[in-house]
Design a protein around this ligand. Structure first.
Ligand code: MN
Length: 723
């Protein structure tokens, strides 16, 4: 059937509500011109589709003038040259916003088989259609596309049907629009399982006349028993939707004959008291099946559905379901949220509507369909996450980010390498800057470089909003740009020191570095360079330290601090023997913290001696293949080394009282000095303890780790390469 503007106008004139016919005609004229010459795959002129959508909205839901206009224009922005600005100028802000909303949710990629994921996408669709009318237009749009699916190619039929089944029918259900939900499901089923569909259809057809006379007889019997109720109740009877029967037969594995509610009889009354009275009468007339009675009047479904349900057995032994409800409940059951336009006149626009529909958003955002009130409130509590934005990869995967996140956060959320190699980004197909803030529903494409040497910009760390991205950017600079970090950190520190009038004192700087668990001045520069250490913190320490030293120097003739630092240097140097080099400063690389017993290798740095790495350190692998590969030299541990080495142990344990005390006791009982200990709680309730100890070598470290693993509650204890 082709819908025409004349049919639409006739329908409007029949309506009891008042419409701005001129505005609707103008919207039609614009859409007609925009789509002119374009045909649908059925061969019908394209304009027949928006007209049909408008007709459905008018006929089924009595939607308002702006919604009808937006329906007529809903494909104009997407498919033609006419922009949103034109629509706004001609039809106002409201219509433009509705069209924009429908266009945007139409662009959300819908492809998933995972239920959890599908639920997220349904949430996104809802979140994006800020005005509930947007989603109602979209449902009408989809309904008409389903009705005309026949003329489309088979793979398109399947894809559209799957989308409808996974996304649109559940949304219609949540909105309580059972009418649209059932029609969508039945059409979708026809394409998704043609055989199953036909089978049920033919079963239902088989004894159609018998069925109809059965329903008629039941209706007549009930009608007679309650004939004294005034005004007379409405009694309806029907065979349930094919899909609802299909689900019972194919999903729940029931036999066709076992399905109790193929038949449903509905009694519609004026008051709630009448409903309960009629329930009593029905149970008196027919034998109720135990446990099949449900009181959705006292406990409405999450989508506000209210009704009494009972299944009874008729004289012929055929079971049927009876639904008893008031007229108002019936309106809500049929049209859900849209009942608002159909039955409550006079409310125009979204501003008045918006507040009333707060509950809708809550329902829609619920994770699961809950059957009782307790579950509902629980679901709402857990599920509202208004501070997040949901954005899509071009493949349709959903990435959840905190509100305010930008392209950089997105790239790093996908994969560290995607972030590190990002050269640019497109949102909705358009190039954007790195600081572009993302909105729910954006489709974001990250462009990456294939070059091995490419890396993030230094300022990304400041632009990024998420800690995850910041940390990943920092760690890239830490790893990949050591020389650059040193240079960058040194010049920043020098500048700040000059500015604060702090004298150049290498020993003091080293002392400060050690307190940060940083071994060398170079490492300190590097840490400042990549942002691992805050420059202001170092400057504050330096100031304090210098003030203290000045005071001490006045009292002590010997520089105690300097003596200690010198001793440390000597002790360290003696631990390692380097091939071909005799007297040379040695430091232990922070990235892997080698310990006596580890296989090691040395790297001759520019100006700061030799840095010792474990041979299996990732930086060694990178370094050996790089341009400085000649600077790596063989190294091994001196026998009988008495030097102390620092090692960091990362402990995960169930949190309990005295946990830290037990951990420290375990270490102390081995006479191992604890250099530093940090503990914090993890989100899952466990505790994470990071302890730095001084050990003589790998054997001692292994011992202490074994001991720690035996401490009650400890889940894991591992040596970590990180400082
Ligand atoms: Mn459309």
């Amino acid at each position: 059937m082709i819908y025409t503007i004349d049919m639409l106008i006739d329908k409007i004139e029949e309506s009891e509500k008042s419409y701005d016919i001129d505005k609707i005609k103008a919207a039609y004229a614009l859409a007609d011109e925009a789509h002119r010459g374009v045909l649908r795959s059925s061969g019908d002129p394209y304009i027949s589709h928006p007209v049909a959508v408008a007709y459905i909205l008018l006929d089924k839901f009595c939607m308002d003038t702006d919604t009808i206009c937006a329906a007529l224009l809903h494909d104009v922005v997407e498919d033609t040259d006419i922009g949103l600005d034109v629509i706004q100028k001609k039809f106002g802000e409201d219509v433009a916003r509705l069209v924009d909303g429908v266009t945007k949710i139409g662009q959300v990629p819908l492809n998933t088989r995972e239920e959890q994921h599908a639920e997220n996408i349904r949430k996104i669709l809802i979140a994006m259609s800020k005005d509930i009318r947007v989603i109602i237009i979209k449902l009408a749009d989809r309904l008409h596309n389903m009705r005309t699916l026949e003329s489309r190619p088979p793979e398109k039929q399947r894809k559209t049907s799957l989308e409808t089944m996974n996304f649109y029918a559940p949304i219609a259900h949540r909105l309580g629009i059972s009418d649209v939900k059932e029609e969508m499901e039945d059409i979708a089923l026809r394409y998704l399982d043609p055989y199953g569909f036909k089978e049920i259809e033919s079963q239902l057809d088989l004894h159609k006349d018998e069925r109809n006379s059965f329903i008629d007889k039941i209706k007549a019997m009930i009608s007679e028993r309650i004939s004294d109720i005034q005004p007379p109740p409405i009694i309806e009877g029907r065979v349930k939707s094919i899909y609802s029967i299909y689900k019972k037969v194919y999903v729940k594995g029931k036999d066709f004959s076992e399905i109790y509610d193929i038949y449903a009889v509905r009694v519609i009354l004026q008051t709630v008291v009448e409903c309960y009275n009629v329930l009593g009468i029905i149970h008196d007339m027919f034998r109720p099946i135990p446990y099949r009675f449900k009181d959705y009047i006292a406990m409405p479904k999450p989508n506000r559905y209210q009704s009494l349900h009972t299944t009874v057995i008729g004289r012929e032994g055929i079971p049927f379901e009876v639904q008893i409800r008031t007229q108002e409940m019936h309106n809500t059951a049929q049209y859900g949220v849209a009942a608002h336009w159909k039955y409550k006149a006079g409310i125009q626009g979204s501003v008045a509507g918006e507040k009333r529909f707060d509950w809708i958003r809550q329902i829609l955002e619920q994770q699961q369909e809950a059957d009782d009130v307790e579950q509902i409130s629980e679901a709402i509590k857990v599920d509202l996450a208004p501070d997040d934005v949901y954005v899509f990869t071009p493949k349709g995967d959903v990435i959840t980010l905190p509100a305010g996140s930008n392209v950089i956060d997105f790239a790093y959320a996908i994969h560290t390498e995607v972030g590190n190699k990002m050269t640019g980004a497109k949102v909705g197909g358009r190039m954007v800057s790195f600081d572009h803030t993302l909105n729910t529903g954006d489709i974001v494409e990250i462009l990456t470089s294939g070059s091995e040497n490419y890396g993030p910009n230094r300022n990304w760390g400041e632009i990024a909003k998420t800690n995850e991205a910041k940390a990943k950017i920092r760690s890239w600079f830490k790893r990949e740009r050591r020389e650059e970090n040193i240079e960058c950190g040194k010049s920043a520190l020098d500048r700040e020191m000059r500015r604060n009038g702090i004298a150049d004192d290498e020993d003091l700087l080293l002392e400060i570095a050690h307190r940060q668990r940083i071994e060398t001045i170079d490492d300190l520069y590097a840490a400042i360079g990549y942002g691992g250490v805050q420059l202001t913190k170092i400057i504050t320490r330096l100031k304090e330290e210098q003030a203290r030293q000045q005071k001490q120097n006045a009292a002590l003739p010997i520089d105690v601090e300097k003596t200690i630092a010198d001793n440390n240097k000597r002790a360290q140097k003696n631990g390692v023997i380097l091939d071909g080099i005799d007297d040379c400063a040695v430091k232990y690389a922070q990235c892997c913290n080698p310990l006596p017993g580890d296989d090691i290798i040395g790297f001759v740095t520019r100006g700061y001696g030799v840095s010792i790495h474990k041979t299996d350190c990732p930086n060694v692998a990178i370094g050996l293949s790089g341009e400085n590969k000649d600077r790596w030299i063989k190294a091994h541990w001196a026998v009988n080394s008495s030097s102390a080495f620092r090692a960091t142990i990362d402990i995960i344990a169930e949190d309990r009282t005295a946990l830290i005390a037990d951990v420290t006791t375990a270490i102390a009982s081995n006479r191992i000095p604890i250099h530093e200990i940090n503990a914090h709680f993890l989100k899952n309730g466990n505790a994470n303890i990071i302890v730095t100890v001084e050990v003589s070598g790998i054997e001692q470290l292994k011992n202490i780790i074994q001991r720690l693993q035996k401490v009650p509650g400890v889940i894991s204890a591992e040596r970590t390469g990180k400082q």
